[in-house]
Write a protein that binds this ligand. Structure first.
Ligand code: 4AD
Ligand code: MG
Length: 462
């Protein structure tokens, strides 16, 4: 008999019918007359109650139906008398698919800490919390594609192995097939990369933007959505060494349209999750963050504040607040500064623009003042920076000057410069850190808890 998912059995539609379902046992309780099993199959945060009339089953048969075991059950779906559940199955027959040793299954008790669950990331998807987070993450990924596809953007797959450092920060993971214990050397004693797989040094990409610009200046508007890698030793609740980024890039867009798109995009994703992941969001809100839903709704209701970095720094300086990192014009903002602007000063998301050129990447368009660039960072409550983007420098000579000033290896950049040589156009784009979006929507507080298998310094388990 065909299996019906638990999410479809929890509505009254199939009441009175004989159905088959399967899942993992969360708990079993009861007495010698009747036994109740709470079954979960991952399709919803809710469990389905399976009722075993012990006149039809023996203790021996049910002995191995323990927490963590998997079973397949056939029975009649009936209306439930139990509190908080619409339906339940009255079991007629069942098969034990896989036993689970009660002495060693780590998810025996409820209420494990998130830290402990990180150590058993191979099993944590079976908890209510991670089930909810992973379903929301999946829905958000779908929303990303839906938003851009409906706007006529093309999904462009940019390379993961690259020979250029987009953000110029040097925080790249090297990719090599050279024998590390026996490196080939040139005459001057340096490593001979001509013998490496690609004939030159390569690394995992930190961003698909540079190739994204090649796509945008041909197809008009593209977006990427893929993994990116950063070898920065940042042990914070908002940094991963491997994270997913969405990078739209649009020809003929100036900075204002770029900001409009970023705001519309992020609101669309939050709305999508509220409309499609209600049970999971409500569960997480009850468990961890009672203000979650009102925070999500307030982001949708408010227009984001737009102000310049210079104005933002002035507000911070005049706030009288003691920050851990002092702030003055020219310094990069820390998440405590970003969150002060968003959570305490404006009480809504902020798009900060026109940052000093020295703290931003080489490709950003220089303003008339010669000091600032047309950058935009979207700052969010609880998160800080969620999006970073800019209008791009479209002028060949100005771009070349920046590349030289910042000592960026020119020979790697010839193909990028060609876009400015042949039919250059104003263009803009941004990058949304997907896990930061998932963090915001789920109300979780550590980025390690919104990606199935986090990669962070000293951690590549699973
Ligand atoms: O601000 P970033 O470094 O910008 C870029 O990479 C540009 N090339 C984007 C573009 O204009 N196309 O990164 C963009 C976003 C950040 O705002 C943040 O949300 C996220 O990526 N991010 C990280 N997320 C998790 N872990 C990290 N280590 C991250 N670094 C950046
Ligand atoms: Mg940034």
């Amino acid at each position: 008999m065909k299996r019906t998912k638990i999410t479809d059995l929890l509505t009254p539609a199939l009441i009175g019918q004989v159905v088959t379902t399967a899942g993992w046992v969360r708990t079993r309780r009861g007495n010698k007359h009747v036994q109740f099993v709470a079954l979960n199959d991952g399709s919803t945060v809710k469990n389905l109650q399976v009722v075993f009339d012990m006149a039809k089953f023996s203790d021996e048969q049910l002995k191995s139906v323990t927490t963590g075991s998997s079973i397949k059950v056939t029975g009649i779906l009936v209306e439930s008398m139990g509190k908080g559940q619409t339906t339940e199955i009255q079991a007629e027959s069942f098969v034990l698919l896989g036993a689970s040793d009660p002495d060693t299954y780590p998810l025996q008790k409820k209420g494990h800490t998130l830290e402990f669950l990180r150590e058993i990331a191979h099993l944590r998807p079976r908890t209510n919390t991670f089930g909810a987070v992973l379903r929301i993450r999946s829905a958000l990924a779908f929303a990303v594609h839906k938003f851009f596809q409906e706007k006529g953007f093309f999904y462009l797959n940019t390379p993961l192995i690259t020979a250029s450092d987009c953000e110029g920060a040097g925080a790249m993971f090297q990719v090599t097939t050279l024998d590390l214990a026996n490196l080939p050397k040139t005459e001057d004693g340096s490593i001979d990369y001509s013998q490496d797989f690609f004939g030159k040094p390569t690394a995992l990409t930190v961003s698909g933007q540079l190739e994204g610009e090649l796509g945008a200046t041909a197809l008009g508007a593209i977006y990427t959505f893929g993994p990116t890698f950063r070898a920065e030793n940042s042990n914070t609740p908002r940094h991963l060494s491997e994270f997913w980024m969405i990078e739209p890039e649009m020809a003929f867009y100036e900075i204002e349209e770029n900001m409009d798109l970023a705001e519309e995009f992020i609101k669309y994703c939050v709305r999508y999750a509220l409309d499609h992941c209600r049970d999971d969001i409500e569960f997480l809100s009850q468990m961890y963050d009672p203000e979650l839903i009102s925070r999500l709704e307030s982001v949708l209701a408010d227009e984001f504040v737009r102000l310049t970095y210079t104005e933002g720094v002035k507000i911070l300086e005049e706030s009288g607040k003691k920050f851990e990192f002092p702030v003055s014009w020219g310094t990069d903002l820390q998440s405590e500064h970003e969150r002060y602007l968003v959570e305490e000063h404006f009480k809504r998301p902020v798009i900060l623009t026109d940052y000093p050129k020295d703290i931003k990447a080489f490709y950003m368009k220089l303003n008339e003042d010669g000091k600032t660039v047309r950058a935009m960072d979207v700052l969010f409550p609880k998160i800080g920076e969620i999006i970073g983007g800019s209008e791009r420098e479209a002028d060949y000579n100005k771009l070349l000057t920046r590349i030289e000033e910042m000592n960026i290896p020119m020979k790697d950049m010839w193909w990028y410069l060609d876009t400015r040589k042949f039919g250059t156009v104003p263009h803009s784009g941004f990058g949304l850190g997907f896990e930061r979006l998932v963090l915001f929507v789920t109300g979780m507080t550590n980025i390690r808890d919104v990606i199935p298998f986090p990669r962070t310094p000293n951690n590549a388990e699973f």
